[in-house]
Design a protein around this ligand. Structure first.
Ligand SMILES: *[C@@H]1O[C@H](CO)[C@@H](O)[C@H](O)[C@H]1NC(C)=O
Length: 225
């Protein structure tokens, strides 16, 4: 996998239809040249206070898209309403070799039905600020997408057709997966991204009392989430 080979320009988070998604902070740490020291890249990090976030007039490094909204306590990517999507993207081109991204968030929702496309996407891609069908961002992206999928599209289809997955292939949702796009392959929503994912696991992230942290690390050309 050659993620950091080309200078990727967009670092962003997006959310698809229907889930109250609160982003609490985002920290990007970078390893020094000899891998000895780690330091925080402030321009790619997002922490309290959030006032002025997204406003270019205040010199903010972040830009909001769709239904995303900033409050004093968190960045709300989407409200718990149907057909809403939102995202927040960093404005500064990013060409880092070894990095670690810590994402701190909460997902809440009342609805149980028709939650198609529901979830969170974390992006490290060539293009930015393009709303679309893949967790609030454009399909056929070039770069890395890490998805927290809270709705099992494929399992639901199988259920309605009275077919079942075997225990070895069945997934427990929410499901976390990663995909590296080359600009022309698509994220397959009806199959919950199975055809093009490079790895994944279950992750309980919905309607919890506590916050959730995801750590994405790209070190010596190896991705761990
Ligand atoms: C992307 O990958 C697909 C599947 O491997 C391939 O068919 C396509 O030509 C690739 N596109 C680019 C732009 O490299």
């Amino acid at each position: 996998m050659a993620l950091a080979k080309a200078a990727l320009r967009g670092l962003g988070l997006g959310s698809g239809p229907r889930a109250l998604l609160r982003l609490l902070s985002l920290l990007l740490a970078v390893q020094g040249d000899r891998g000895t020291e780690e330091y925080l890249k402030r321009e790619y990090s997002l922490t309290k206070p959030y006032q002025g976030l997204g406003a270019s007039s205040s010199g903010s490094h972040w830009e909001l898209l769709g239904n995303a909204m900033v409050t004093t306590q968190f960045v709300r990517l989407t409200p718990d309403l149907q057909s809403r999507q939102g995202a927040i993207w960093n404005r500064i081109p990013c060409a880092l070799r070894d990095w670690e991204l810590q994402v701190h968030f909460k997902i809440h929702g009342q609805g149980k039905k028709n939650l198609n496309g529901d979830g969170l996407g974390i992006w490290y891609t060539r293009d930015r600020m393009q709303a679309g069908p893949v967790f609030g961002s454009a399909d056929q992206f070039s770069g890395l997408g890490v998805f927290v999928d809270t709705y099992p599209n494929e399992e639901k289809q199988h259920e309605s057709k009275k077919r079942r997955y075997s225990p070895t292939t069945q997934r427990i949702f929410p499901y976390l997966s990663a995909m590296v796009g080359n600009g022309s392959i698509s994220y397959d929503h009806t199959r919950d991204g199975r055809p093009n994912e490079i790895g994944g696991c279950s992750a309980h992230v919905r309607n919890l009392n506590h916050d959730t942290f995801i750590v994405i690390r790209y070190l010596r050309r190896r991705l761990t989430v």
